[in-house]
Every structure is written in C-alpha cells, then in structure tokens.
Write a protein of this length. Structure first.
Length: 115
C-alpha cells in the first residue's frame, strides 16, 4: 500500500513537472508530453486500486473522479477537453497530492518498526 501511495505521488509530480510553464497551446502541440501526462494519469488510477477501500473512504480520496478522468483519457482521447486536463493539473492535483502525503504519513506511522 505504501508503494501505491508513493507511485501515485510520483506520477502527480511528473505530470506537474511536465506541464509546468506550458500554455494550453503548448500541450496541444507537444504530442510526447501530452501522451506522457495521459499515461501518468492512468498510472495514478492504477495505484489507487492498491489502496484499501476503507482508507479511501476514511480519507476522502476522490477515486471515482480519478477513475472517471482516466476513463475519459483512455477511451475518448479526441473528445477530452484540453482545458479540463489543464484545470485538473493546476487545481486538482495539488490537493490530491496533499491528501496522499497525509495518508502516507499516517500509514507509515502505523507500520510496526523493526527491532
């Protein structure tokens, strides 16, 4: 579970780094970056599958929203609104990363220490 939370946070960091300083037109025209961002969103959704549902519920992780966004990216590539991707990166990912950071700290504190 720790690995899943770390993986989700790493993919959030990658998305934010790839999008940093890029205008919407830049992302539209850079197929490699666009593809990388979309794949990282898909990886975040996959990581959520390894977080127990009770922790998801307890900490209010937006797994359904992430799954819906992932499905839109994976299945309706041509129809996804670029503006929605940018808004998600700029507005939603920082909050999600903060939630995951808190959850990671709680999970690590709850783990027994060796020795």
């Amino acid at each position: 579970m720790v690995a899943a939370i770390v993986a989700a946070r790493e993919n959030i960091a990658l998305i934010r780094a790839w999008a940093l300083g890029r205008a919407l037109a830049d992302l539209r025209s850079d197929i490699q970056v666009r593809y990388a961002i979309e794949r990282a969103f898909i990886a975040i959704d996959a990581a959520f599958d390894d977080i127990p549902p009770e922790l998801v519920a307890e900490h209010g992780l937006p797994v359904r929203l992430v799954a819906g966004f992932r499905n839109a990216l994976a299945h309706t590539y041509e129809d996804i609104l670029d503006e929605r991707v940018i808004l998600t990166i700029r507005e939603d990912l920082p909050a999600l990363d903060a939630q995951l950071a808190t959850l990671l700290e709680i999970v690590r504190e709850a783990q027994p220490t060796g020795g």
